[in-house]
Design a protein around this ligand. Structure first.
Ligand code: SF4
Ligand code: SF4
Length: 444
């Protein structure tokens, strides 16, 4: 697609009247909204944003102010949990953004970047590996230290600030595991598929490997299907619904024919989108039924493990841990208890709740890059709540949250370690006396 073109948009993708009408303007969602909490501005609250969507539905133009208020929304869906009237805000904001992007022209640099990221980088292992190689060289061969020591990053202003949020590059990437099958430890109880996502394959390759090991330890034969691709969550949040549909069809084609007990992800943002493929493809006769079957098989790995009989052979970890709810797990998938249940199964581990654990940390996909100032303001509030708890580890269940919280610890923290729940379980299994050190070898 040429850079100057507007995204493909279907009229049915705009916010639907019956969804907008569910809002009764009660305001019970306001305190759950991070942007309203920071700014106190009605138009930056869920109720205010829905009001603006209604105005557009009734013929108002898509103005610069409308774009600004919708851009500032994190799509965290905290308001959805708080709403007693069942407003499906996530659905509304995705539709409103798709409509908005079809009517406005972003500056050419933004359009070029969006086309590169959404149309090429996220779904191309080749581009992702190249980006990982460059990032690895920058982070590992002294360039990063040099940039800091010479003050270059400070002189780069906003770009220098963004460098703190850059994902790490972990070589070898997890793409090397595509097409492989990892056997269960002992008797096979389940056959599952694992989705690696996009950037996580190069930035969280070790986390993915830890997740596979935890599943193996729990009797899972883990398949990493070669034909899988990016889930399309970032595309959806940016209003690129047709791109997201294309990726959804590819994942369904690649995974549905094999009889898996579950399709698993360790990233809450991906899981939320994968579980809603049927909403994305409900109008397509060939994919409507398939997408529903696919979505029903998808589970977050925490949800899956908490639903089966967990292997109790874990060593002791005498850690004080606080858990940050990932928005797309707590609000998008309504999964709150499962990660806490798993953490409490680790011998010696003490779980200490922080206040407002389900308020967004400001990560929200690429929000922390494109709306960096607000993201950092929200992160500062989050770190205040994190620091109010005596815990050396911040656990979470989403890779984006991990990056954001690590930046938060570097800026305002007390040296806490940020870890995914799967990394903690993996360490606990490895600490079990007598367990073989390495069990992740593929079967073929
Ligand atoms: S999705 Fe999050 S940021 Fe957006 S209106 Fe709802 S609570 Fe506020
Ligand atoms: S979104 Fe729900 S909670 Fe918020 S104002 Fe509307 S009805 Fe009330």
């Amino acid at each position: 697609m040429a850079v100057s073109e507007l995204p493909v948009y279907k009229e049915r993708d705009k916010p639907q009247r019956q969804d907008l009408d569910r809002c009764v303007h009660c305001g019970l969602c306001l305190n759950a909204c991070p942007t309203y909490r920071e700014l106190g501005i009605e138009m930056d609250s869920p109720r205010g944003r829905i009001y603006q969507m209604v105005q557009v539905a009734e013929g108002a133009p898509i103005s610069a102010s409308y774009v600004e208020h919708l851009d500032l929304c994190l799509a965290c869906r905290g308001c959805e949990t708080a709403c007693p009237s069942g407003v499906q805000y996530g659905r509304l904001i995705e539709a409103a953004r798709a409509q908005m992007e079809s009517k406005i022209r972003r500056p050419w640099r933004v359009r070029a970047l969006r086309r590169f990221v959404f149309g090429l980088l996220l779904e191309s292992p080749g581009w992702l590996k190249l980006a990982a190689g460059l990032m690895y060289a920058y982070q590992s061969f002294g360039f990063e230290k040099l940039a800091r020591a010479t003050g270059l990053l400070k002189r780069m202003g906003r770009l220098g600030d963004l460098e703190k949020l850059a994902p790490p590059a972990e070589l070898p990437t997890f793409f090397q595991s595509y097409g492989k099958v990892f056997p269960a430890d002992g008797e096979r109880r389940y056959k599952v598929a694992f989705l690696g996502g996009c950037i996580a394959n190069v930035s969280f390759a070790r986390l993915h490997e830890a997740t596979v090991r935890v599943l193996q330890a729990n009797g899972c034969e883990v398949h990493v299907p070669a034909g899988q691709t990016c889930c399309g969550a970032l595309h959806l949040h940016a209003g690129a619904r047709e791109d997201a549909r294309r990726l959804a069809r590819r994942n369904i084609d690649a995974l549905l024919e094999d009889p898996y007990d579950a399709i698993l992800t360790n990233s809450a943002g991906c899981g939320s989108t994968l579980k809603e493929y049927h909403e994305l493809l409900e109008q397509e006769p060939f994919y409507a039924g398939k997408s529903l079957r696919f979505s029903k098989l998808v589970q977050d790995v925490n949800e899956f493990l908490a639903s089966i009989e967990l292997n109790p052979r874990m060593g002791e970890l005498k850690w004080k841990v606080t858990y940050q709810d990932s928005c797309h797990l707590a609000h998008g998938q309504k999964v709150r208890a499962a990660p806490r249940t798993l953490l409490k199964c680790v011998p010696g581990l003490e779980l200490r709740e922080m206040p407002w654990s389900d308020v967004c940390c400001g990560s929200a996909g690429i929000y922390n890059v494109v709306e960096n100032e607000m993201s950092m303001q929200i992160l500062k509030s989050k770190m205040g709540w994190v620091n109010s708890v005596d815990a050396g580890v911040i656990a979470t269940a989403n890779t984006g949250c991990m990056l954001q919280l690590r930046a938060g610890v570097a800026l305002d923290g007390r040296g806490q370690r940020v870890a995914h729940v799967m990394e903690i379980l993996d360490e606990a299994y490895r600490a079990y006396p007598g367990r073989p050190a390495e069990t992740e070898r593929p079967a073929e």
